[in-house]
Design a protein around this ligand. Structure first.
Ligand SMILES: C[S@@+](CC[C@H](N)C(=O)[O-])C[C@H]1O[C@@H](n2cnc3c(N)ncnc32)[C@H](O)[C@@H]1O
Length: 233
């Protein structure tokens, strides 16, 4: 049947059929409460446990995620946020070609994203399906993070930065979060101490620059995560 279909259908029709089958299967999985492992690169359980252990859900302010990719992590943050009447603000360009930084072994981030997404569906479509159960408490800002500015009434008790890995963006994303972080809130970075040394270097220099305003630092080396707490005045 497949061979007949392939012979009879022009390529765009086949693409649509593949896409429909793929989406139907993913929707079914997500409806049953599963967050597919491929959709959470970092392992956001670590962040969810950290937020709980530090009681950040009791601080005023929402959660911010810069760099969501396929939304598995977003979904886990949003599940927690929904219990405490908070929102997750997501900043992502949803363009797998945007990040041109390379790891030590020469792999470009954009190549890796394209490989993980495949050709059948878009990054944004996968994100929408995976985060659907919590879409009511997620605000998506589909934009280059350098163009994002939050209104004065928005602030955060927790922020996680895992967007573009070029130092210019790491620096931008830190400032985007830090300026909106409530006293006692935490901002976390992915790729600290990993195979993107410029990211690590930029984070070190930011922590150094802002040391007077930092009250604590936490690290999860096995996950390449570093978190920084803003001093409660
Ligand atoms: C490493 S992935 C995020 C992975 C996600 N945190 C996880 O663990 O599943 C980085 C994301 O940043 C996004 N991104 C790249 N450059 C960006 C930019 N300039 N502004 C906003 N998002 C960007 C990419 O689209 C990609 O989804």
């Amino acid at each position: 049947v497949k061979a007949m279909l392939r012979a009879a259908c022009p390529e765009p029709v086949l693409t649509v059929l593949r896409r429909l089958r793929w989406e139907r299967n993913l929707r079914r999985l997500v409806r049953s409460g599963v967050v597919p492992p491929f959709s959470d690169l970092v392992g956001y359980e670590t962040l969810v446990e950290f937020i709980g252990a530090k009681g950040l859900h009791n601080l005023p302010g929402d959660f911010l995620e810069v760099g969501a990719f396929l939304g598995g992590g977003t979904s886990k943050l949003a599940k927690l946020a929904s219990h405490f009447g908070k929102r997750v603000w997501v900043v992502d360009v949803f363009d797998p070609n945007f990040d041109h930084t390379s790891t030590i072994d020469g792999t470009q981030m954009n190549e890796m994203y394209r490989r993980l997404i495949g050709k059948t569906v878009s990054q944004e479509d996968i994100f929408r399906v995976i985060t659907r159960p919590y879409s009511q408490c997620i605000t998506v800002i589909k934009q280059d993070s350098r163009k994002v500015a939050f209104t004065t009434n928005v602030n955060f008790s927790f922020a996680f930065i895992d967007g573009n890995h070029d130092p210019v963006w790491v620096d931008n994303d830190f400032h985007l979060a830090w300026g909106k972080l409530v006293p006692g809130g935490w901002v976390g970075f992915h790729d600290y101490g990993g195979d993107l040394p410029k990211v690590t270097h930029t984070i070190d220099s930011l922590v150094n620059t802002y040391s007077a305003g930092v009250s604590d630092v936490a690290r999860f080396p096995d996950k390449n995560i570093l978190l920084v707490q803003k001093r409660a005045v």
